[in-house]
Design a protein. Structure first.
Length: 175
């Protein structure tokens, strides 16, 4: 059943803090909040974009560095500072004429719960909160910021025979 669900995925939606990062935030003296991202997650994200998948970021967090990181990976649907993730999700459905069963969402905490109940394939990192794990169809064996995103993207692309990139660039994931 799970592999069949992976075959239907056309769209990935990811939360940031706790999914694409380990959830730690460094507060700088200038007032910026700094995060670290995993380069392997970056490679998988840009490859999914290259292979024609919709890749969307929906986060309550915000910051110019986050925006720049995702734009550098070719992601066009970046929604930061979001308080209502369901509204953004519904806008994406309408914009791309998507069906819930085509959408994979990876979240890790309570602000992701409502939207995860709407998508066809809710997933989470291994260190997600119990409420998120309870509704997830797949729990990655990896933590947030430690290749959980790479794990699920790779699974989808492999099942759909789209994983391998004939001409990879060493710069693809480091943008």
């Amino acid at each position: 059943m799970f592999l069949e669900q992976l075959k239907q995925v056309t769209t990935f939606i990811f939360d940031v803090d706790g999914v694409l990062t380990n959830g730690d935030i460094i507060a700088s003296d200038s007032g910026e909040f700094l995060r670290t991202f995993n380069i392997k997650d970056g490679y998988a994200l840009q490859l999914a974009v290259k292979k024609g998948f919709h890749v969307c970021i929906i986060s309550g967090g915000r910051g110019a560095a986050m925006q720049k990181r995702f734009e550098g990976l070719g992601i066009n649907n970046i929604f930061l500072g979001v308080s209502d993730k369901v509204a953004v999700y519904n806008d994406l459905l309408a914009k791309y004429q998507l069906k819930a069963e085509e959408i994979l969402y990876m979240g890790d905490d309570i602000p992701d719960l409502k939207v995860m109940k709407l998508v066809g394939l809710p997933t989470c990192p291994e260190d997600a909160v119990p409420e998120i794990k309870a509704i997830s169809h797949y729990i990655s064996p990896y933590s947030g910021g430690k290749t959980a995103v790479r794990d699920i993207i790779e699974k989808v692309l492999r099942v759909q025979h789209k994983w391998f990139d004939e001409n990879p660039s060493a710069a693809d994931s480091g943008k």
